[in-house]
Write a protein that binds this ligand. Structure first.
Ligand SMILES: *Cc1c(COP(=O)(O)O)cnc(C)c1O
Length: 396
């Protein structure tokens, strides 16, 4: 079996079926024409024409060979059975909940989860009669088993957690869920399908913001969920159709192209990120570096067990009692833009205040959290930029 880098270059591409063109063609479509009345009337079963592998081209909403090629590549990358595409990473997380939601349903969500999922749980899901318990990031197997109720539909996870980069013990969580017959899902955006293989750990839904590293260009919104069984694929696709989600073939095309070079980009983000993080760790104004790939991090042992690498995203706690100096530091960085998202080629910085969000376990770390995305710039230039920024923060 080929290694991931090889698979990512070759899967989902069939040049000889397309005049030798290297990339899969971009098919834009709403209407798909049928040659006969019989084909039209059998369209619910895919009709009897336009078959691509095990899929059918039926209507633009259900995808064309452009989306299919990305779905195949992601399924291969995650050792999964099938992948569905959705319009964003948030939609990828959301569809896992929506597919299982019903009055009385219960979900378990980590306290350090990507914030919009918390908002989904506390908003729309609550409105339709679902209840969510937020659990502490370091939950043990016994604690998780005790939180699971007869009406629990799914335990949601994220590794590492957003903003604070705490590492959950995924194996303990999955084991507790399995012993109670409960489904598990993960926001696998950080691992990008490359550094972490959730389906191999027994997780049922692996959701991604393809917007991030798979795209790599900060110019496309897209999400995916990879699953291990046709039953779960049907469950999600049913919700996809009910919601009328649709994924632009242009966006699917852009992401499949990004995916080809993702391993090489990820390695550079990881290496540069570590260099910047190690430098930051020694700076007096930096109280702590939150980065599970660094040996001092409390999540390091779990990270080493579950992950084969890291990326360019991490956070630092900075000593910033003076808001004006913090503003001066951040706004005058030359190479780090202030903005949401990450995984593109450029460096980013944002503030975040987990102390105002968490309910299961307070965030009591001293200082202000700055999340950094280390892009593909030369890390020495990034360090020089941050050095000047930390000087401004210190008022020196
Ligand atoms: C960005 C992000 C998402 C959402 O992705 P979008 O494509 O921006 O909707 C979900 N989870 C995590 C961890 C993210 O960082």
């Amino acid at each position: 079996m080929a290694k991931d880098d090889t698979k990512l270059v070759h899967t989902g591409r069939k040049p000889q079926e397309n005049y030798g063109v290297v990339n899969p063609p971009l098919y834009r479509a709403s209407t798909i024409l049928h040659p006969t009345l019989e084909s039209w009337e059998a369209r619910k079963d895919g009709g009897n024409v336009h078959k691509v592998g095990h899929r059918h081209v039926v209507y633009g909403l259900m995808g064309t060979p452009t989306q299919f090629s990305l779905m195949d590549a992601l399924s291969v990358l995650e050792n999964g059975h099938e992948t569905i595409l959705v319009p964003s990473g948030m939609a990828a997380c959301g569809i896992c909940f929506l597919a299982l939601a019903e009055p009385g349903a219960h979900f378990l969500v980590p306290d350090n989860n990507y914030l919009p999922v918390r908002n989904l749980a506390n908003g729309h899901l609550k409105r339709i009669g679902c209840e969510t318990t937020f659990y502490k990031p370091g939950v043990t197997e016994a604690e998780m088993a005790a939180l699971i109720r007869p009406e629990t539909k799914m335990v949601w996870t994220e590794s590492p957690g957003s903003l604070t980069f705490e590492m959950p013990d995924l194996r303990a969580i999955v084991s507790a869920a399995k012993s109670k017959g409960v489904l598990t899902g993960i926001d696998n955006t950080y691992g990008a399908g490359y550094y972490l293989k959730p389906l191999d750990l027994g997780i049922d839904f692996s959701a991604h913001a393809l917007t991030k590293y798979p795209c790599g260009g900060s110019d496309t919104m897209l999400g995916s969920v990879t699953v291990n069984t046709q039953e779960h694929a049907d469950l999600l696709f049913d919700t996809y159709l009910a919601m009328g989600y649709s994924v632009s073939p242009d966006d699917a095309y852009t992401v499949q192209r990004g995916l080809r070079s993702m391993p090489a980009r990820l390695r550079q983000h990881y290496e540069s990120g570590m260099k910047v993080a190690e430098w930051l760790k020694e700076q007096p104004g930096v109280l702590r570096v939150l980065h599970p790939a660094m040996p001092h991090d409390p999540g390091h042992e779990i990270w080493k067990r579950d992950f084969t690498g890291a990326n360019g995203l991490f956070a630092i706690m900075v000593d910033a009692p003076d808001r004006a100096r913090l503003k001066d530091m951040v706004e005058n960085l030359e190479l780090f833009g202030i903005g949401a998202s990450w995984g593109g080629f450029e460096s980013l910085v944002t503030t975040a205040y987990p102390e105002n969000i968490r309910t299961a376990e307070p965030w009591e770390e001293e200082g202000v959290l700055l999340r950094l995305h280390v892009g593909l710039e030369d890390p020495d230039d990034l360090i020089a930029d941050l050095r000047a920024g930390l000087d401004r923060l210190a008022g020196s």
